[in-house]
Write a protein that binds this ligand. Sequence first.
Ligand code: CAA
Ligand code: NAD
Length: 283
Amino acid sequence: MDVKKVMVIGAGQMGSGIAQVCAMAGYDVFLHDLKQEYVDRGLATISKNLTRQVEKGKLTEDEKASILHRLTPSLDLQHASEVDLVIEAVVENMEVKTKLFAQLDEMAPAHAILATNTSSLPITEIAAATKRPEKVIGMHFMNPVPVMKLVEIIRGLATAEEVYQTIEDMTHKLNKVPVEVNDFPGFISNRILMPMINEAIYALYEGVATKEAIDEVMKLGMNHPMGPLTLADFIGLDTCLYIMETLHEGFGDDKYRPCPLLRKYVKAGWLGRKTGKGFYTYE
Ligand code: CAA
Ligand code: NAD
């Protein structure tokens, strides 16, 4: 199947990154969110990223202009009727995602693929909210999207082979590396990453070391580019909590129990970098 037009739902950190790499690869993209200010913020991030590329000589002004030209802001979900592929990147919540997929199923053309960037939720359950489960698939990008090479591709129970192939081919066109993973809670990436982050939060909660010391140990001792608490702030503490809850519920094992300190921070609205405060404070 030939994908030409894409709609990205959610213009937050992941949606704006996904829209950017799609537009850079030559796709026409609608970038959709609930409010104009959210779409504007997503587009401003993209523009800033592209300007940095121009300053570094990796992109020309003309290329930047044509990439921006391929991006159309959207506040109307009905734009889904014009695209071949929807990539959903809204909040990590099953109720919100299934409601959205049921609406998209009504609006998108019959041939269109509905992909989700969920970090942990079952693809099969999201697909079951539609009448086209064979066209629903997980396309899990990593943060920051313009930099990270990996895309986990996850089939739901009913995902058609042709749909898998289309998404795998597109991932290559985006200059990313696809890895196929089965539909288990957290897939591979977050089944392994998130318990490490949660354990780092427990270590802080129990007073094993300061936040700076925990991050320093993992950076200097394990060569991680960011310490786990810095990374949690970068991902978003709400997203970290939702992923841990999915793992805990999905596997039923206490080793996935979200740390109470993580819950407390999310309740306080300390969601990390995106709200200016998490384990650390940001300008
Ligand atoms: N958006 C776009 N580009 C960015 C960026 C951002 N937010 N942050 C950095 N970059 C670019 C820079 O422009 C620079 O580009 P060039 O090579 O073209 O010059 C490059 O990335 C390196 O940037 P810096 O030198 O400024 O910074 P760095 O070397 O410290 O790298 C980093 C920054 C890539 C974010 C690095 O710290 C890193 O890899 N951190 C870990 C990221 C990670 O683990 N991501 C996975 C999160 S988990 C996930 O995504 C799954 C999930 O479901 C939760
Ligand atoms: P974010 O909070 O930065 O952005 C989410 C955006 O979705 C917001 O702008 C919000 O207004 C919008 N939104 C919420 N409900 C909506 C709806 N019904 N219709 C349209 N827009 C809606 O979150 P994020 O970090 O970009 O995460 C988005 C998704 O990507 C989640 O499923 C998350 O698990 C996944 N993900 C996140 C990361 C990460 O590191 N943050 C990495 C990979 C995947």
